[in-house]
Design a protein around this ligand. Sequence first.
Ligand SMILES: [Zn+2]
Length: 337
Amino acid sequence: MADQDLIIRLDNRLDQLVNIDMGERGVEHLYKAARALQGGSLVGAAADALMAVPEGGTVILTTGSVSRAWITPDLGENDGPSGAAAIARALVMARNATCVMLCEDTLLDAIRNTCQAAGLFPVTLEQAAIAREDKSLATIVMLPYATDDEGGKAQALQMLDEIKPDLLFSTERVGRNEHGVYHSMRGIDYGMGRARVDFLFDEALERGIPVVAVGDGGNEIGMGKVASHVKDFVPYGDQCQCGCGGGIGAVTGCDVLVTAACSNWGCTAIAAAMAARTGNAKLLHTPDREALLLDTMVANGLINSTHGVVDDSVDGFPRDSHLGVAELCRTIVSRAL
Ligand SMILES: [Zn+2]
C-alpha cells in the first residue's frame, strides 16, 4: 500500500490535470474556491469519501442532463453518464456496493446501456441484494426520478427511508437556482422534463448523509458550496437570460465538491485516486473503457451538447482528449499501483 505522502502528491496532480480550463468556463476559479474551502485535493477528498462507504453498503448516484429540453425530453448529453458509470463500477469493485442510479425516465435506457458497457448488469433492488451477498455479479439498479417539484420532494423522503444510502454521488446533474429554475450554461431555463433530484440531495444533506458532487459549470448539484464564486466568475452566473432574476448557479451544496473542465474527467480522476488508495488497477477508468463508453453513448443517442450533435466529442472536446485524460490519470497514479 502506498504511503500517505505519495497519495497526497498524486491527488494534487490529478486535481491539476482535470482543472485545466480548456473549455474557458471559469472552472479554475471554482477549483481554487473549492480547494480553499475543503483544504486539500478535491479528487482526493472524493476518493476518501467513496472508499469510506461500508463494505456491502449502498450508494445513490445520479447523472443525466436533458440537453435540449425545449425540443424533447428524450435527448440527454454525453457528459455525465460515462463518468457516473466509471464511479459506479469502481464502487462495486472496491466496496461491493449496491449502486442505485437515478435519472429521468426518458434517459433511463441510454444511461442503463452506458452502465452496462462499463461492466454493470442492470437488475432490480431485490436482485442486487442477492448479488451483493454472494458477490456473483457486478450490478447496477436503475430507477426513474420525478420531473415535477412536488413529486421530487415526495420521492426524496420515500427513497432515503427505503434505500437508506450510505452516500450520494452526483455528476453533471443540473440543480435549481434560488428561484427554482434549472438553467443551461447559456442561462436559459431548460427545466422541462428534468428530474428534480436536487431535492433528494438537499434532504440527504439535511439528514447528514455524505454527498459527493462533480461539476464543470456552476449550474450543477454541489455548486451551492461555491455559490458566490459562480456568480462572480461563470458566464450568466450573476444574471441568466430567462428573466427569473437570478443566475445559473445551483443552490444545492455538498460535502465534497470536485470541479473539472469536463465532469467526466473529474470522475475519471476520482476512480484513479481510488485505485491509488487500494493499489488495485481494476478500479481505473482506462482509455479502452472510455472508448467503449463513448461509442455506446453515440449508439444510444446521447449528444455532444456544445455542438448540438450526436458524436463522440464531449463538451466539445474531441474523443482523443477523453482517452488522453484517462491515460494521464493512469500514468499519474501508476507509482501507487
Ligand atoms: Zn433564469
